[in-house]
Design a protein around this ligand. Structure first.
Ligand code: ADP
Ligand code: MG
Length: 247
């Protein structure tokens, strides 16, 4: 009994919370299966490692700031042109993240761009990658306030250290020259270091108008497109279709 109490104390001191949780069960199991000392030690360590991985994924899922959680399992590929199911499922392996490739989704509102962005981001978090999701308007707000606001500074720092950054809704609102500059600088810093998922309802041609600077827009697109898979989606808005069904 004393050894048991002491062991619990040691586990706490060493912050081995995964072992702490399942210690009694592991001991009972080892005794009934008569496993070797080595196997027992192995089971104990793997319980701790499994626990830590799970906790890190949970932390990263919260830290990604997904607006909602979506997956490919409830994405209807029959309704949208421009991306095939097998092509999308292949992307879940996240090899494009290791290759520092960007995914760019273009198309009209309600076509599923954000849904797909979240689905790929979520798959990445589940595989152990660190991901940040931001609407471009919020991203620009963060960039503008990073020097005076701690929370913005932390977020920008997390973005810079992520394995994947998802920038949603480029083009919905025009941005000022200074904002476009800040945005361009960020993309330049992330270029070839941190892969991006970008969604936009505006075609490339309209970006210059939105950013108010043709030269900078060309330079920006150059960086985004250098290593990228581009999906131009088309079809009927899922939002409209759904509300029609609900009528
Ligand atoms: P977008 O970002 O292109 O404007 P969203 O991804 O926000 O569109 O999609 C709008 C809503 O419709 C979301 O709730 C999304 O989950 C749903 N949706 C869009 N396309 C599909 C689809 N092909 N299958 C299932 N749900 C979809
Ligand atoms: Mg969207």
């Amino acid at each position: 009994m004393k050894a048991h109490q002491q062991t619990l104390g040691f586990l706490k001191t060493l912050s081995l919370h995964g072992v702490l949780q399942g210690l009694d069960e592991m001991i009972n199991e080892a005794e009934s299966r008569k496993v070797s000392y080595l196997t027992f030690l192995n089971d104990v360590l793997s319980a701790e490692i499994g626990f830590r991985i799970k906790r890190r994924v949970e932390r990263n899922m919260a830290g990604a700031h997904f607006p909602v959680l979506k997956g490919l399992e409830n994405f209807d590929f029959g309704r949208v042109k421009g991306i095939g199911k097998s092509e999308a499922v292949n992307l879940l392996d996240c090899r494009w993240i290791d290759a520092k490739e960007n995914l760019l989704f273009f198309g009209p509102p309600g076509i599923g761009k954000t849904h797909l962005g979240i689905a790929f981001g979520r798959a990445a978090v589940e595989k152990g990658y660190k991901v940040c999701f931001e609407r471009v308007t919020n991203l620009i707000k963060l960039l503008k306030t990073a020097e005076v606001q701690r929370t913005s500074e932390y977020r920008i720092r997390r973005i810079m250290k992520s394995d994947l950054v998802i920038i949603d809704e480029i083009g919905y609102t025009p941005i000022e020259k200074r904002e476009a500059n800040l945005f361009f600088n960020l993309i330049s810093e992330l270029y070839e270091k941190v892969p991006l998922v970008v969604t936009s309802n505006k075609s490339f041609e309209s970006w210059a108008e939105m950013m108010g600077d043709a030269v900078m827009t060309t330079a920006l697109l150059d960086r985004l497109l250098h290593h990228a898979k581009v999906f131009t989606l088309d079809g009927e808005s899922y939002r409209i279709k759904k509300s029609r069904k609900e009528d």
